[in-house]
Design a protein around this ligand. Structure first.
Ligand code: FAD
Ligand code: SF4
Ligand code: SF4
Length: 393
């Protein structure tokens, strides 16, 4: 919506200048002139005694939705290693592509990364678009954004999925703005509407208190970032082949505004929660940070790792990298032990898709028991030593 001054009607009374709540109107040669600060609120239209200002409906550019085909997965790689979330996105992308009746493609950027295409084919990609260039060695928004935007403009995918990793969360919005389309961030569920074949994207909203399902009806591509650890991994089919499409990559001076000076890896105990098959997680029921030592004994015995609720992280008992939940990591292990965890919705958002959930809690009414497959009502300081004893036998 824009506003227009009808010059032949404007008498220069300045009433609109005085009443515009956004200071968007000035006088030029005794005629009102509406500037860039205008929000289209319409006050001036009503206030002008001479009917000299009118609203102009902008012509909406209709996107030809039928021109967009294919489901694309951004094949995020770091130092030549495909990120685990990509395999999950290929698994989910395959289902979506089948329901839409289209092909599954991966888009891969980096330096000397072409060899990774075979892995993407084996995990279900029908086509892999590869952008190989020294400037793509390390992720930079400008470089990746330009290359992938050009590919989207040329090949027109209808759905683009990215992992909600640090890189995906940066790249997704950049691409969405360039493509003038919408992006649903941090999705936990994707499904195709059987009627119109559009994607329904579900994500937690309002602090995780409700799940919002979002559609992108009029623009393309439909874009989502998806939390790692939520979707099922694609099945590996050895020797599976597909079509490799090389993208033309050219950069001009000024295209990339940042330079990677050094890559510094965070030095800390590496916790790979998303890859763990068994997780022994502790909450405030532990009573003290030392309680994690007992959980570690159980995790070590089962070949798993420990994790925590946010309350323990907030209490300073354990580092944030161990946190499970809406503002932590989302996991899908084979077994998730929830020890002294009440089961707040924000915690459940990060673990309720685990294959088996074992809850240990003193309070038989704790909400965690609603999602648990096995529940032990009791003190974790009695239950866990008893489990350890049984395992020793
Ligand atoms: P509590 O709720 O205090 O529960 C402790 C449990 O231990 C109780 O059920 C009690 O019965 C039991 N218990 C006590 N003693 C024992 C014992 N000896 N043996 C066995 N059981 C015992 N939380 C997360 O975990 N992850 C998130 O990502 C997250 N994100 C959030 C985002 C927002 C915007 C908000 C508002 C909150 C978020 N939270 C998150 C916090 C969440 O709402 C809860 O406050 C938190 O999960 C509670 O942690 P808890 O279960 O360890 O503690
Ligand atoms: Fe012109 Fe109307 Fe503004 Fe007066 S109120 S300056 S007539 S546009
Ligand atoms: Fe000011 Fe509102 Fe008129 Fe725009 S539409 S010029 S913001 S009064």
């Amino acid at each position: 919506m824009t506003m227009r001054v009808l010059k032949d009607k404007c008498k220069g009374c300045t009433k609109c200048v005085q009443n515009c709540p956004f200071g968007a109107i000035t006088m030029k040669n005794k005629i009102a002139d509406i500037g860039g600060a205008c929000t289209g609120c319409g006050v001036c239209v009503k206030i002008c005694p001479f009917g000299a200002i009118e609203k102009v409906e902008e012509e909406k550019k209709l996107v030809d939705l039928s021109a967009y085909k294919g489901v694309w997965v951004f094949a995020e790689q770091r130092q030549g290693k495909i990120m685990p979330v990509v395999i999950e996105l290929l698994g989910e992308g395959k289902k979506l592509a089948k329901e839409v009746g289209t092909e599954l493609c991966a888009v891969l950027c980096g330096n000397n990364v072409g060899k990774l295409a075979d892995k993407l084919f084996a995990y279900g990609a029908d086509k892999v678009y590869v952008a190989d260039h020294p400037e793509l060695e390390n992720y930079r928004t400008d470089a990746y954004g330009k290359v992938i935007f050009e590919a989207i403009s040329k090949y027109k995918p209808e759905i683009v999925l990215l992992g909600a990793t640090h890189i995906g969360r940066d790249l997704g919005p950049c691409l969405a703005v360039k493509c003038s389309t919408g992006l649903t961030a941090d999705c936990t569920k994707l499904e195709i509407d059987p009627e119109d074949k559009k994607i329904k994207q579900t994500r937690p909203a309002f602090g995780g208190n409700l799940m919002a399902t979002i559609v992108c009806p009029n623009n393309r591509p439909q874009m989502s970032t998806v939390r790692p650890g939520v979707m099922d991994k694609a099945v590996y089919e050895k020797g599976r082949k597909g079509q490799l499409v090389k993208l033309n990559v050219e950069f001009e001076k000024g295209d990339i505004r940042t330079k990677v000076v050094d890559v510094v890896k965070k030095v800390e105990n590496a916790v790979s929660l998303t890859d763990a098959d068994i997780i022994v997680s502790g909450g405030m029921g532990l009573g003290k940070s030392e309680g994690f030592k007992l959980l570690k004994q159980l995790a070590d015995k089962l070949g798993g790792t420990i994790a925590a609720s946010r309350a323990c992280v907030d209490a300073g008992w354990i580092d944030h990298s161990y946190q499970i939940g809406q503002t932590g990591t989302t996991v899908k292990p084979k077994i998730y032990f929830a020890c002294g965890i009440s089961g707040a919705i924000q915690h459940l958002a990060g673990m309720q898709n685990s294959d088996y959930i074992v809850a240990i809690n003193k309070n038989e009414n704790a909400p965690i028991f609603k999602v648990a497959d096995y529940g032990i009502v009791g003190d974790l300081y009695q239950a866990i030593p008893a489990i350890l004893e049984e395992l020793d036998k």
